[in-house]
Every structure is written in structure tokens, then in C-alpha cells.
Design a protein. Structure first.
Length: 337
């Protein structure tokens, strides 16, 4: 009996479990091998489960050569008809197809270059002509893989990300034990935790933040709040015209809505619409449990003359250490935004 190894393309789909192989072997022993095993490049292109079952059953495997020009597409077609794979499983198969398609693209590019060099050697008058630019690929390899597996390109990119970040988790998706979306969420959660764990822990109990609200959403979204192991008071200065953004800022970074808002005076801003603004709002929240106030804490949220005066009040209400972002004030350690 000639022995065959698996073709790399055949490995796109998982092998049966031992119990499933045993059932198949018993069926082949009783009824014979139904479909031939397809051989390509002296390796098993299709039927590696049947081949193993034949060995287990003591039956000579019946083989036939592959006839075709696109073995990847053919293997996908044969197996997708036989197996009931979920969208998540098909997306994971697509990630395994990607390197093969990329290798094919490199081979086509190399062959085209060789043919061009031969043509120029045979036609000396072409030697001085500029080399034509290579036509742009209509689709990326991920798009081709997605089309072959009937999934979206986005699903293929997500599956590739899961494969690279968590190979063991990717195997569970392939086996149908975990959905691709659930695996992606786990990968994102692990990445966030890794990033969070890498951030330094500062020693402060008060954090005062005064961002540039004219910097734009993306700049504000990228602001990283420093970590502290202490219960911490948080004060966020907000222009009146950006109150909604301030509330979102508090919720995004601290997972809660502001507890209250202090009114603080600011230089007068006149608007063409017929009204003027002369106050800030300072939104208050807390980080890590409920921190304690001293000297009775704030007695009122009514208007304070100016921000410097307000920070002096904060110093009287709280124990240090204190940190600030976006401004400098006496008694506060300034941290970069």
C-alpha cells in the first residue's frame, strides 16, 4: 500500500475526531469506500479523513489524480458542500487560504517578469522602452478569500486578527466552539487589559482636567487618563458650549455620569446670536470607590469667581497628592494630556 502525506491545501479543513474516524472506518469496512481519494503532487488533496479511515479499516484506499487548474477553489468547493460550517468557521478557513493566494500572486508576478525579460532579450529594439507599470490588483487577497468562502472581507480581517493574537482561541472558532464575534471581543478585552496594565500608576487623590475643547473629537478621544491606586476626586472643566462632550468624556473614561457640576466664572464670550457666555462648568466624578472630603467638602456648586479661585477651594476640600492635566496650578502636579 502506497503511503501518502497530506497536501497543505487539504489542511484548510480540520480532521475528524477519533470517534468520527472510527465510525467512518466501520462504514468503509462494511460498505466499501464511496469516493476516491484525490492525489495532487503525490499528496492527498482531498479525502485525508477517508484515507485514514481506510488504514484503520484495513481497506486499500482507492486514489485518483487531481484533474483541474485551481486546486484551492476545488478543495473549498468540495468541502463546503460536505460540511455545515458557520460563518465564523468559514472566515477562519479564509485566513488559512490567504497565504496560499498571496503565494500564487507572487508566482504570477515572477512569471510575468520572466516572460517580459525573455521578450526583451529576443527583441533588442524593446530594450530602451520604459517598463510598463504593473496593473493594480482589482482585489486584495483577503477579498478573494472572502469571496471563495462566502463571507465578508471584514470577517476575514477579524479572523486574521484573532488568529495572530490568540491562536488557541482561533482553533476554538474553527471547531465551532466559539463565535468569531465572541473571540474578537475577547482579543480586544485582552488588548485593553494589556495596555491598561502597562500604564504607570501615579500617586494622587485629586485629578483636575482642563482639555482644549477646540482640539476636535479625535484628539480628545485619544487622551489617556493616568492611573491611581487611591480613591480619587475628578474635576473636568467644560466650556458651556461643550457640556455634552464633557459628559461623554466622563462616561468614557470613568464609566459613570457626573455626580454634579460647579459653576465657575470665565472671561466673557459674546456670540453673534445675541447672547453671551461668562461661565465654565466643572463636572465632578470619582475614580476608584468614593473618596473622602475634608473640611466638610463643597458646600455649594454655585458660581466661583475664577478657575484659580476654584482650584484653591478644591485644595481646601481635599487631601493631596493632587494632579492636573491641561493646566498648571500651585499645589497640583502637572501631568501631560
Amino acid at each position: 500500500m502506497e503511503k501518502y502525506q497530506d497536501h497543505p491545501i487539504a489542511a484548510l479543513f480540520p480532521l475528524m475526531s477519533e470517534s468520527e474516524l472510527q465510525e467512518l472506518a466501520e462504514d468503509i469496512k462494511a460498505r466499501g469506500l464511496k469516493d476516491d481519494i484525490v492525489i495532487h503532487q503525490a499528496q492527498i488533496l482531498d479525502g485525508r479523513n477517508r484515507y485514514r479511515a481506510c488504514i484503520m479499516a484495513g481497506v486499500d484506499p482507492r486514489v485518483k489524480p487531481y484533474v483541474g487548474t485551481e486546486p484551492i477553489k476545488d478543495v473549498l468547493s468540495w468541502n463546503l458542500h460536505r460540511r455545515h460550517l458557520t460563518t465564523s468557521q468559514r472566515a477562519m478557513v479564509a485566513t488559512a487560504v490567504l497565504p496560499m493566494l498571496e503565494e500564487q500572486a507572487r508566482e504570477r508576478k515572477s512569471d510575468a517578469a520572466k516572460k517580459s525579460n525573455v521578450a526583451r532579450a529576443e527583441n533588442p529594439e524593446w530594450a530602451n522602452l520604459p517598463t510598463p507599470k504593473e496593473p493594480e490588483e482589482k482585489h486584495r487577497a483577503s477579498d478573494d478569500a472572502a469571496a471563495m468562502l462566502s463571507v465578508s472581507s471584514r470577517a476575514v480581517r477579524t479572523a486574521k486578527k484573532v488568529q495572530q493574537a490568540a491562536p488557541e482561541l482561533a482553533e476554538k472558532v474553527k471547531a465551532g466552539e466559539v463565535s468569531l464575534n465572541a473571540a474578537d471581543q475577547q482579543v480586544k478585552k485582552a488588548a485593553r487589559k494589556k495596555k491598561e496594565d502597562a500604564r504607570p500608576v501615579h500617586d494622587f487623590r485629586v485629578l483636575a482636567i482642563h482639555p482644549d475643547w477646540n482640539a476636535g473629537y479625535e484628539a480628545l478621544r485619544r487622551i489617556e487618563i493616568p492611573r491611581t491606586s487611591e480613591p480619587c476626586h475628578v474635576f473636568l472643566v467644560v466650556d458651556n458650549e461643550h457640556v455634552g462632550g464633557g459628559v461623554n468624556f466622563i462616561f468614557r473614561h470613568f464609566g459613570m455620569e457626573p455626580v454634579c457640576a460647579f459653576s465657575v466664572g470665565r472671561p466673557l464670550i459674546s456670540k453673534d446670536m445675541g447672547f453671551s457666555i461668562d461661565t465654565y462648568l466643572v463636572l465632578y466624578a470619582c475614580m476608584v470607590d468614593d473618596p473622602e472630603w475634608v473640611n466638610g467638602g463643597p458646600q455649594s456648586t454655585r458660581e466661583t469667581e475664577s478657575l484659580p479661585e476654584f482650584w484653591e477651594k478644591v485644595k481646601s476640600w481635599t487631601d493631596g497628592p493632587r494632579a492636573s492635566m491641561g493646566f498648571e496650578a500651585e499645589g497640583f502636579k502637572c501631568l501631560p494630556l
